[in-house]
Design a protein around this ligand. Structure first.
Ligand code: HEM
Length: 373
């Protein structure tokens, strides 16, 4: 188990690595690692040079780093698959969900108090409930769906997964067959790829990608915002009085503690260069979003939390063709969560000794976060 200051050591490490040229080869892992804003953005922007699909380079059958569906596809396939639901994630579509997300959040908040763990009892439940509603999972299947989702994102381990997985796959298969409403499942069901309907495997993987992409990330954003509110009490007071500043607070939280710290899946398509660094076909690059968002050559005073900072072009949601499909939804959920939590608790101060950061360096977030009494 690590503590808060140990978790925050990564920012020092990033700063050292940025001094070494922005992109460095890690001999131990045998991969390139890009730390500078300029390089990370360049890689995101040039999908014709950097593939997201290891199978295209290494002829692998499957991808073990959790990549499924269109997040590990390249264009034109990626775009075709993404478009199966992309319209459902547009800001205009998402903004219509404000009332229902508010209701979900209020219901969850009514079940917690100052002794609750704000992660497991609130921040985990909000995104999973919202996505299950969007998918069209009926009420009586929601708790199994939540359990399945916990297994998929690794929140839960141990026996029972195989059986639950089989059960959920068959529940989803049934729902996918008969779903005729305006839900995400129905769009996935109607989806076509290369001129033919999606196979059941493709449909299930699509659902799994939405779960993996949207749940833990949003949970972590909510937890990170709580930590910031706790660390900067003056800002908490400002926010209580100026609710119109919530969205700039959310944006700065995304930059400051980016929920996804790095992505491991970029692969060099053909020999190329970034600045003077020569990369070979098939080389793997880890892109450090968390470091790019703290890069002093792009952000002024990057280690200070400044809501409303000028030119906050953070890349917490990535950039380019794979830029997060769920960004408008995550922003809406985060704003609603923040507002609800401020209303619920007159003073938000977390118990640092009992707050447990997630050890995995790929993400920034918390496993557990109780309030100080
Ligand atoms: C704070 C919350 C979130 C963060 C920080 C985040 C971050 C990211 C990032 C960095 C990528 C780029 C991946 C890449 O370039 O390979 C991405 C892609 C993606 N995200 Fe999110 N995400 C969040 C919320 C969501 C939500 C709510 C959903 C959906 C319910 C979602 C679904 C996806 C999907 C499907 C992709 C793949 C897009 C593509 O390959 O075209 N994300 N996300």
């Amino acid at each position: 188990m690590i503590n808060l200051s140990e978790k925050d050591m990564i920012f020092k490490y990033y700063s050292e690595m940025r001094k070494n040229g922005g992109t460095v080869f890690d001999n131990t892992e045998g991969v390139w690692k890009s730390f500078s804003y300029e390089h990370v953005r360049y890689i995101f922007a040039h999908d014709e040079l950097f593939s997201s699909d290891p199978r295209s380079i290494h002829n692998q059958e499957s991808y073990s780093a959790g990549g499924i569906s269109f997040i590990t596809m390249d264009n034109p396939d990626h775009k075709e698959m993404r478009n199966v639901t992309a319209h459902q994630f547009l800001p205009s579509t998402i903004s219509r969900m404000k009332d229902s997300i508010n209701e979900t959040s209020s219901a969850l908040l009514s079940r917690i108090d100052r002794n609750s763990d704000l992660i497991s009892e609130y921040a985990v439940n909000l995104p999973v409930t919202v996505i299950s509603e969007m998918l069209g999972i009926p009420e009586d299947k929601r708790s199994s769906f939540k359990e399945w989702s916990d297994f998929i994102i690794g929140n839960r381990t141990g026996p029972g997964f195989m059986e639950l997985n089989q059960r959920m796959v068959s529940v989803l298969a049934t729902l996918l067959q008969k779903n005729d409403e305006d839900s995400l499942l129905s769009f996935i069901n109607k989806g076509r790829f290369h001129g033919t309907p999606l196979s059941m495997k493709e449909k299930i993987e699509y659902v799994m990608l939405l779960i993996i992409g949207g749940n833990e990330t949003t949970t972590n954003l909510i937890g990170n915002m709580l930590r910031i509110l706790s660390d900067y009490q003056d800002m908490q007071n400002t926010l209580r009085e100026n609710r119109n500043r919530i969205s700039e607070f959310v944006e700065e939280s995304l930059r400051f503690y980016s929920p996804i710290q790095y992505l491991p899946h970029r692969f060099v398509r053909d020999d190329t260069e970034i600045d003077d660094i020569r990369l070979k076909r098939g080389d793997q690059i880890f892109v450090y979003i968390g470091s790019a968002n703290r890069d002093e050559s792009f952000f002024e005073d990057p280690d200070s939390f400044i809501p409303g900072r000028k030119d906050n072009r953070h890349i917490a949601f990535g950039n380019g063709v794979h830029m997060c499909i769920g960004a408008p939804l995550a922003r809406l959920e985060a704003g609603i969560a923040l507002e609800g939590l401020l209303d619920k608790f007159q003073r938000i101060e977390i118990d640092h000794f009992r707050t447990i950061p997630i050890e995995n360096s790929m993400v920034y977030g918390f496993e557990s976060m109780p309030l100080k009494n």
